[in-house]
Design a protein around this ligand. Structure first.
Ligand SMILES: C[S@@+](CC[C@H](N)C(=O)[O-])C[C@H]1O[C@@H](n2cnc3c(N)ncnc32)[C@H](O)[C@@H]1O
Length: 545
């Protein structure tokens, strides 16, 4: 071990302690010769272990040797001082010769073709693993520091295996969502170990202790290799730092995870190899493993989906737009009122949601077509159509004109066609119409023939399209809210009625727009694929009294 090097691995710590014990024994007169001799032998064995492993392991390739030398002789402190790296990177975090060859061997023996590395540093581990990959193999290496990509690339270029490596800079958690890999080597960001683990479908959550973890899955055969330095924890699992506590808890968890088989090889920092094992038929079904490996909450995510919500400038539409965006969708906020649409789009943007605003009067077919065209030209498609915009006109039935009926009908039933055409063409779509509890009961004492009949029409429209289009991949459902506490009901004419309504609602309160958000996400997601033509009533029990 170089003189200035702090003992790092368990063997190095052992050598350090034995050296100190032997020095004490040598300097003391009363120590029996036999004890001195035992200490010397133990020291010889401990200090000879790493050099022996180095010597007996296949020599590294020239590009690897050069990369190692350049890494350990690089002035990482200076690089950090110059602001080229965000963090001060210790040269010790490089994966060395024996570990590198072990990784290469694991890749080779498992016949992995697609490998992911989280935490590349200067690329020693990446290049070692690439050497073990077949010609058409691919390794994606994630690295937080752009400087390290520049550092590593020339070495990759020199190696015939470097072309198998794709480096992605930035936080690995952001770069990687759902991807399929045969093997994953995690060597960074200990706080996120569990989350990395959970990124991959079909896998049970597991945590990793110090050391590498290689996890093998029986179905699609992805495996994991994960590494953490084990220097903060000694063999008796004494917990001295928060990091070692995390690692300890992680190890504890792995030991107790069902369907996991694990072994730790005490090589330098330690290599834990973990693979999932099948416990037979019961645990192979989708209830146990999740549909396509996705847990129920994952199945309700809308990542990559494009949605629009009409009437999204306020009230229910605004809540829908937020909910769909929070679940991962890109959202077009559509409203008659330009300022309101823009404000809600800005709100979404502030939350990191990809959003645009569109001003449109959806009772006009020209506006509807323009809305669809705008979304398709911006995002290429539409997956989720929330036809929510509505109007409420109150008049006694004998005073209701045909025009009023037509306006209500036009507004509530207008949008389906244009969005439907896009969806039918692509063979996928989720249409969610906002109907109303008024489709089931006749709300009173207010008089609202046009509203009630047009909302009943929305339900029948939903049922008709829902059954007509499902075999072409388009599901159509509607949500029927009860009386929602929105600006609409604070109009002068409706406000005095609120007390009366409350006495008709078993839940004892009006609905809040947030009461409806989970429903829209569910109907927009794949989790509701078997539901079509359904009227999902959310009214605090009002229609039952
Ligand atoms: C222990 S070193 C990796 C050593 C490397 N696997 C090797 O074979 O030499 C950890 C690396 O992970 C990087 N890192 C830390 N957090 C990260 C994150 N969230 N995403 C991607 N890389 C990260 C650090 O910049 C550092 O280069």
């Amino acid at each position: 071990m170089p003189v200035d090097k702090v003992p790092d691995t368990p063997v190095e710590v052992l050598v350090d302690l034995l050296t100190k014990a032997k020095d004490i024994a040598t300097a003391s007169v009363n120590v029996p010769e036999e004890l001195r001799s035992h200490l010397q032998k133990a020291l010889d064995i401990a200090s000879g272990l790493d050099p022996y492993l180095e010597k007996m392991t296949t020599q590294e390739s020239e590009p690897l040797a050069e990369l190692y030398q350049k890494t350990v002789s690089h002035d990482w402190d200076q690089v950090h001082k110059e602001g080229k790296t965000m963090f001060r990177l210790p040269r010790e975090c490089i994966t060395g010769h024996v570990e590198g060859q072990t990784l290469k061997m694991l890749i080779h023996m498992s016949q992995a073709k697609r490998v992911l590395e989280i935490g590349m540093f200067t690329g020693y581990g990446a290049l070692s693993m690439a050497e073990g990959l077949p010609e058409d193999g691919c390794l994606i290496a994630c690295e937080l520091e752009p400087y390290l990509k520049e550092f590593a690339q020339p070495f990759f270029d020199k190696s015939p295996h470097g072309k198998k490596i794709i480096v992605k800079t930035g936080s690995a958690m952001d770069t990687l969502k759902v991807n399929s890999f045969d093997m994953v080597f995690i060597d960074a960001d200990k706080n996120n170990y569990i989350n990395y683990y959970k990124l991959y479908p079909g896998e049970q959550p597991a945590e990793i202790t110090r050391g590498h973890v290689c996890r093998q899955l029986p179905c699609s055969k992805p495996r994991f290799i994960l590494k953490t330095p084990q220097t903060t924890m000694d063999w008796r699992c004494e917990i001295s730092t928060s990091m070692s506590l995390k690692i300890h808890l992680f190890l504890f968890y792995v030991n107790n995870v069902l369907l996991v088989s694990k072994v730790i090889i005490p090589l330098r920092d330690g290599i834990s190899i973990i693979r999932r094992v099948s416990l037979g038929k019961i645990t192979d079904d989708e209830v146990f493993r999740g549909v396509k490996g996705r847990s129920i909450l994952d199945r309700m995510r809308l990542d990559g989906k494009v949605a629009y919500v009409t009437g999204a400038g306020q009230g229910i539409g605004r809540a829908f737009a937020h909910a769909l965006g929070e679940a991962g969708a890109k959202v077009a906020v559509v409203d008659l009122d330009k300022v309101k649409a823009g404000t809600v789009a800005t709100e979404l943007f502030l939350k990191g949601i990809n959003a645009i605003s569109i001003t449109a009067d959806i009772s006009k077919s020209g506006d509807v077509q323009r809305m669809i065209d705008t979304i398709v030209s911006k995002w290429g498609t539409i997956h989720v159509a929330c036809n929510n915009a509505g109007i409420n006109m109150n008049s006694a039935s004998e005073d209701t004109s045909l025009e009023e009926l037509l306006v209500a009908y036009q507004c509530h039933n207008a949008v389906f066609n244009a969005a439907g055409r896009v969806m039918l063409k692509q063979g996928y779509g989720k249409i969610i119409n906002t109907a109303s509890m008024a489709s089931l009961i006749v709300p009173h004492p207010q008089k609202q023939l046009s509203y009630n009949t047009s909302k009943a029409g929305v339900v029948k429209l939903t049922q008709t399209l829902g059954t007509e289009w499902i075999d072409r991949g388009v599901r159509v459902n509607c949500i029927s809210p009860g009386i929602v506490d929105t600006p609409l009901i604070h109009s002068e004419s409706l406000r005095p009625l609120v007390q009366r309504w409350l006495s008709d609602i078993p839940a004892g309160r009006l609905a809040q727009v947030t009461d409806l958000q989970a429903a829209v996400v569910y109907l927009a997601s794949d989790a509701s694929d078997y539901m079509t033509g359904h009227n999902l009533v959310i009214e605090g029990g009002q229609s039952l009294w």
